[in-house]
Ligand binder design. Structure first.
Ligand code: SF4
Length: 363
């Protein structure tokens, strides 16, 4: 029934700019399905972007806009779901502050993602500057030893280990607890993150003798893994992506560059489609992909023809998306959607925040 209250689902995405097909098949297809079934709050996690990227903050506002344009162009619907920018809804920060009062630091230090990402950031910072890295490691190691810590935790003592980054699970908890999220869509590997949110909610309720915060449950979603044009995982950092609205000429060029079976030199050589990037995309865009695989194996098609067919099939979908995106961009609708979404989100978040302040004895 339309009037029946649907369970709330909350999910956010860091503003990474224009989406690529890896984002689309991995996460966004799930959002499209969720908006029909649940009461969805989808937000641009722009404060989260600052936790590891304060030095690149000039890209955040533009990237947020670009990402939401892609969301709308691919069919996410502001009538069905609420879309907003996290920083437009201040209770996210306010509740995070309150939750920080009951979250032990040891929980945050145990978060494996914190150390792993810190190591990655550390390596990225000194990429191609091994001398500098050794010097920095030397200083950091001395510091770590002087403070009686394990010298392996080098990155933990670097100036990249900022409070906002250590505390991002607290902000994540606030993001979902504000809306009484029943479900948070995640992959199985993200379960530890949700567990921290649940722990924090329990701790808040226990500390202040309330049942105000609801523990969200995982909604396991499947992700279709999409290879980049070089066969590695599709990622902007590898420079191997195809944008959701890739320009037609550039789409053709990228498909021509896709990794294929190196043993299939002539068109009639029998090929091995497994491991071929072109074949992986046929599986997504070609209903007759099985016949295409057979034709490859039996040497009935060559890589040139196979790529040409894929280009036509992908352009059919990507072209529609591109046109819709251009139309939305010209209309300025993104700003309207984000402003209206922030009003809707604030109406819920302000109420919850007032109740949390009351529970914590502030009012
Ligand atoms: S014919 Fe197609 S599937 Fe076979 S190796 Fe070439 S590009 Fe890949």
């Amino acid at each position: 029934m339309d009037n029946e209250k649907k369970p709330v689902v909350v999910s956010g995405a860091r503003p990474t700019g224009r989406l690529h097909l890896g984002n689309y098949w991995g996460t966004m297809k799930n959002w499209l399905a969720l908006q029909d079934k649940y009461d969805c709050y989808f937000f641009v996690a722009d404060w989260h972007a600052l936790t590891t990227g304060a030095d690149k903050s000039e890209t955040i506002a533009g990237n947020s806009r670009d990402m939401v344009l892609d969301w709308l162009a691919m069919g996410l619907d502001p009538v069905k779901a609420v879309f907003f920018r996290q920083s437009d809804v201040k209770p996210h920060a306010e509740l995070a502050l309150l939750l920080g009062m009951v979250t032990p630091i040891s929980w945050l230090l145990r978060n494996p993602t914190f150390k792993d990402q810190l190591q990655e950031l550390y390596k990225a910072k000194y990429k191609g500057q091994e001398d500098k890295m050794k010097k920095a490691e030397g200083v950091t190691k001395q510091l770590a030893e002087a403070h009686g810590h394990d010298a392996d935790e080098l990155a933990l003592h670097s100036d990249m280990a900022v409070l906002g980054f250590l505390g991002y699970p607290v902000l994540q908890a606030a993001d979902v607890l504000l809306y009484d999220a029943k479900f948070v869509p995640i992959g199985k590997d993200q379960l530890p993150h949700l567990e921290i949110s649940r722990d924090i909610a329990r701790r808040f309720n226990h500390t202040f003798g309330t049942s105000l915060l609801c523990e969200p449950e995982p909604l396991f979603t499947s992700a279709t893994l999409v290879p980049g044009i070089d066969g590695r995982k599709m990622s902007k950092s590898y420079g191997n992506t195809i944008a959701l609205g890739e320009d037609a000429k550039s789409l053709e060029t990228k498909i021509k560059k896709m990794y294929t079976d190196p043993l299939k030199v002539k068109a009639d050589d029998p090929g091995h489609p497994e491991g071929c990037v072109v074949c992986a995309f046929h599986k997504l865009y070609n209903q007759d992909w099985k016949a295409q695989e057979d034709a490859c194996r039996t040497g009935k098609t060559g890589c040139g023809g196979c790529k040409k067919l894929l280009t036509e099939l992908m352009e059919k979908e990507i072209g529609v998306f591109r046109a819709r995106r251009a139309e939305l961009e010209a209309s300025g609708k993104v700003d309207e959607v984000l402003a209206a979404g922030a009003v809707r989100a604030r109406a819920v978040a302000d109420k919850k925040m007032a109740a949390a302040s009351k529970a914590a004895g502030l009012i």
